[in-house]
Ligand binder design. Sequence first.
Ligand code: ARG
Length: 285
Amino acid sequence: MDTVTAPAAHARTRTRPGAGARRRYLLCPPEHFAVEYAINPWMDPGLPVDRAVALRQWRGLAAVLRSLGHRVDLLAPEPGLPDMVFTANGATVVAGRVLVANFRHRQRAGESAAHRRWFAAARFRQVRTAAEVNEGEGDLLVAGRRILAASGFRTTTAAHREAQRVLGLPVVSLELTDPRYYHLDTALAVLDDTRVMYYPDAFAPAARRELRRLYPDAILATAPDAAAFGLNAVSDGRHVVLPADARGLAGQLRAAGFVPVPVQFAELRKAGGGPKCCVLELRSQ
Ligand code: ARG
């Protein structure tokens, strides 16, 4: 049974300005979802995938985001692009400026054009496609007035410099070292403008030092919660939507004053994805 937390269970109360404010997200239904190739260690094309379950779990996520008062826009799914459900990888959007992804693997390259078309139709005026290998919000997380950016598996450090130029925010480069945590959003989540949670073992020593310096009070995830994709979470500054299996992390979030909102998401994990991978934030300012 899928649990979709009822709106009443995470009723909105605001603690600080901006926290829990209405956000705008781009999602894409997993109508053509499949695991047909392996570009990360979670993917096994030999294992069966139940698309109906994936769709149900994805609908649960969309319903939770709407119940929290957020706006959900939809990107039309395309056949032949089985990872298209992971919209976070398609772009990074800051103050209406869009930097469309340039995927590392040819299997996902077609998603860039789909995102470009969507942003044009939605009348975003400043849209450009990355020249460097860049996997969007999978690796570039906006944290207040800075961007935390990962290298190591997909996005390059040259892409970090390009993002800083195009998006106009300083970029902090962090190197990932564990292939299971190949995108930044599998190892770190931005909770609000000043707080993050992360799994230290996913990062190179220099990145760990930088994270400790920038976020001395960060929530640190355990290995089991990280493996449950607990860090692949969507936060609006108050509610944190995360996989239900990451129980310890939910408790840590509660203790820190956040409202954890668990969702069932096991089917999309077969592609190495969680709730945050399926959500691209459209920031107008
Ligand atoms: N199968 C996809 C890939 O390996 C999963 C992407 C997950 N997205 C994310 N933002 N972490 O590219």
